[in-house]
Design a protein around this ligand. Structure first.
Ligand code: T1G
Length: 698
């Protein structure tokens, strides 16, 4: 069995090579191998030790699969200190992504060299913890408080050249990590360079850490790890090194025990599991060398932008040359954003808009593309017309996709002679920004077409979730339910503003009414009219106050008024004073005596509705696993990431209590509050949603 830490002596340099694919995570065997390697080098009487990683990267951090299990020695902070205290010169050679404990191993070394493409960072806060192996004690000594606070509380990755200019690393050299590391160690020995323990460097002058703590806490919108990490940096400045290390460990263990760490680790693994579907094992996607987009409105232009940025040529089909030109202008505006952010060069901008993008007004222009996505008007008749033409024009094997957000993809497929080639690709607006992609698999969609959908999602940098066919698929179906629960609370006495405030305190970036104003109230208006036309259940509660807002032309941010008045700008939104009189009139009309709601009850009801509908979506197979719902809500609906997603949150709340809530609410309204059979089953069997995730992975 290959050693996870290889050992070799080259002249008077011992070489420790990590070999623990895929990312050289610092699991127990790796830590033990490093400790043994350092001891062996010292016994061998060499002058220097080189540490580097084989494969794609230097250590990418502690092995987060070990989180939650009893820690085994050597613990990572002790290992970093052991490396640093070696009498030998220790050099780390970085490539790939030296992250978390990986960078901390390098900070425990005396010298650090990297290849130009190397990236590094301390992303622990992104998984709910903080650097726990000396990062908050050594990094500030190297780069000062401002830079270390930015790096540690943001968790961002830093490129090699920035790390060099900050003083995190000493050299950037082209070449294999092993070669540049050996050459650097040789140079250090020959030049008589001594050891250079970071812990012996002076700590920066203390600042007002309470103020820094408060400012970081405010920015983190309810997440505690970044601000807690500030207390680690404070310890670096106010305590001797070894006491600082103890304080860091205490703070780290506090976070390790937190619900937020559980939620964020769940999110980390869920977003990787969600693309692993057993039914796609060994299924090759079809060729994806060019795509067509039909409809150059906001969605179509966004989809075309995402494809162009991924290097795919795009044929943009619109009905007239003027509409096609307008689509091109929208795409150019989107790409202009990428240009401004330095994601593309001016030359690339021109190549994308002038060469990679082809405008067309005839369906024949789509005859040779590998995949077509229509983003035309959300009306079944229009969709069927489009697919009928695509069926006639597109080459055999082309994938025919609809961007519909709720229509029946089976019905769309049935109007072609090739239903196996039809799939739903539900992007979220703006499609070149939002990472979520729902891949809607119809009854006859072929497995390799599903695989092609996932391959496209990967190319576009999306997080793709497989969804079954129903009204609203996964996300919009669940949204419709929890939004209705909020509307019921408004009718019964809560205000939209109290609801938004309560959900924003829970961690949503925006409450449901602020979101509705952003998306456009006309969208909800159209859905309500559609559902009324389809016929509401006699027990379904309806309300017309929101329609009246729309009838007065208030569609939210785009018209300057909706639930809120945006005269002073989106950030300084204030309640639209026309709203509460409309709600009060509605209550009176319906004979409702309003009652008070506490913020806690608002969150409880809102989340109970979300969890209950999510359980139905999983129970009906629309979502494969609970984690698929979590990823959908995290990436498409602003669910607070540190809570892991609605079903992870439900597990941590305890399913029995949630079911009790739902059963109690059902006594008031047994139409809206019908307990999900899957939720009842799990509670009866004493199981969790995570148990279902594990069963599927097994
Ligand atoms: N531990 C265990 N497995 C990991 C892992 C890790 N740290 N990082 C990645 N994997 C798995 C991942 O689940 C996937 O598995 C495979 O590797 C490829 O990952 C004390 C305590 C390194 C930038 O937070 O950011 O150190 O799906 O698909 O897109 O202070 O993975 O193949 O079975 O993401 O090329 C700090 C987390 C830990 C880094 C690579 N480190 N990882 O991205 O591939 S806490 C991190 C990443 C810590 C100390 C503390 C990314 C990546 P599978 P991938 P990628």
């Amino acid at each position: 069995m290959t050693e996870v830490i290889g050992y070799e002596v080259i002249g008077d340099i011992a070489v420790l090579a990590a070999n623990n694919p895929p990312v050289n995570a610092l699991g127990h065997a790796v830590r033990q191998g490093l400790a043994d390697g350092i001891a062996r080098a010292e016994a061998d009487g060499v002058k220097a030790v080189l540490i580097y990683g084989e494969g794609r990267t230097f250590f990418a951090g502690a092995d987060i699969r070990e989180f939650g299990k009893p820690p085994k020695e050597p613990f990572l902070p002790d290992l970093c200190t052991r490396i640093e205290s070696s009498p030998l010169i220790v050099v780390s050679a970085l490539h790939g992504t030296a992250l978390g404990g990986g960078l901390e191993i390098a900070l425990g070394s005396h010298y650090r060299i990297a290849v130009p493409s190397a990236r590094m960072g301390l992303p622990e806060v992104l998984i709910g913890v903080m650097p726990g192996a000396g990062g908050t004690q050594r990094l500030p000594r190297l780069v000062g408080i401002d830079a270390s606070t930015d790096i540690i509380t943001s968790g961002r990755q830093i490129k090699a050249d920035e790390a060099l200019s900050l003083g995190i690393i000493d050299r950037v050299e082209d070449g294999a990590p092993r070669d540049i590391g050996l050459a650097y160690a040789r140079e250090l020995i020959d030049s008589g360079a001594g050891r250079r323990p970071v812990s012996e460097m002076a700590a920066p002058e203390a600042v007002d850490f309470d103020a820094l703590y408060e400012s970081v806490l405010k920015k983190a919108r309810g997440q505690i790890a970044p601000a807690t990490a500030v207390r680690g940096i404070q310890a670096c400045c106010e305590l001797p090194f070894d006491q600082g290390m103890k304080r860091e460990r205490e703070l780290f263990m506090e976070l390790m025990a937190s619900d937020q760490r559980q939620g964020l680790i769940h999110a980390f693994f869920a977003e990787r599991e969600v693309g692993k579907l057993p039914e796609l094992k060994g299924v090759e996607p079809r060729t994806l060398a060019s795509i067509g987009v039909i409809g150059g409105g906001t969605m179509g232009a966004g989809i075309a932008t995402a494809a162009l940025l991924a290097g795919l040529p795009v044929v943009m089909l619109e009905m007239t040359p003027e509409a096609a030109q307008a689509a091109k202008e929208r795409i150019a505006k989107n790409l202009g954003g990428a240009l401004k952010r330095g994601k593309i060069s001016q030359e690339q901008f021109e190549q994308l808009t002038e060469k990679a993008l082809t405008l067309a007004t005839e369906y024949d222009a789509l005859s040779d593309v590998d995949l077509v996505i229509e983003a035309v008007f959300e009306e079944m008749g229009v969709k069927k017309q489009v697919f009928g033409k695509l069926d006639a024009v597109c080459k055999q094997g082309a994938v025919l996709a609809s961007n519909t957000s709720y229509l029946d993809v089976n019905e769309i497929a049935a109007c072609t002679a090739r239903p196996a080639d039809v799939i739903g690709l539900h992007f979220f607006s703006p499609a070149h920004v939002m990472k979520l992609l729902e891949i809607v698999v119809a009854d006859k969609t072929a497995p390799d077409v599903v695989a092609t959908g996932f391959a496209l999602g990967k190319m576009l940098g999306k997080v793709s979730v497989r969804a079954g066919v129903c009204d609203g698929f996964i996300g919009n179906r669940i949204l419709s339910t929890y939004r209705t629960a909020a509307d019921h609370m408004v009718l019964d006495g809560a205000s939209p503003y109290q609801i938004d405030k309560a959900l924003e305190a829970f961690g949503f970036a925006m409450g449901p009414y602020a979101v509705a104003d952003l998306a456009g109230l006309d969208i909800g208006w159209a859905v309500r009219k559609r559902k009324r036309a389809e016929g509401l259940h006699p027990k379904a509660r309806d309300a017309s106050y929101a329609d009246k807002l729309c009838e007065d032309g208030h569609f939210g941010q785009k018209t300057g008024k909706g639930y809120y008045d945006y005269a002073a700008g989106a950030k300084a939104r204030v309640p639209n004073e026309e709203v509460m009189p409309l709600i009060e009139a509605e209550r009176a009309e319906q004979g409702i005596t309003p009652r008070d709601f506490t913020d806690e009850e608002i969150v409880r009801r809102y989340m109970a509705a979300m969890v209950n509908e999510a359980a139905k979506v999983v129970g009906e197979g629309i979502a494969r696993r609970p984690l698929d719902v979590d990823v959908t809500l995290l990436y498409g609906y602003g669910f607070p990431r540190y809570r892991g997603g609605p079903l992870k949150w439900a597990d941590m709340q305890g399913l029995p209590a949630l079911l009790d809530d739902i059963r109690r609410y059902a006594q008031e309204d047994d139409y809206f509050w019908q307990p999900a059979p899957l939720l009842e089953k799990l509670v009866a069997e004493g199981r969790s949603f995570d148990d279902l995730n594990k069963e599927d992975a097994a």
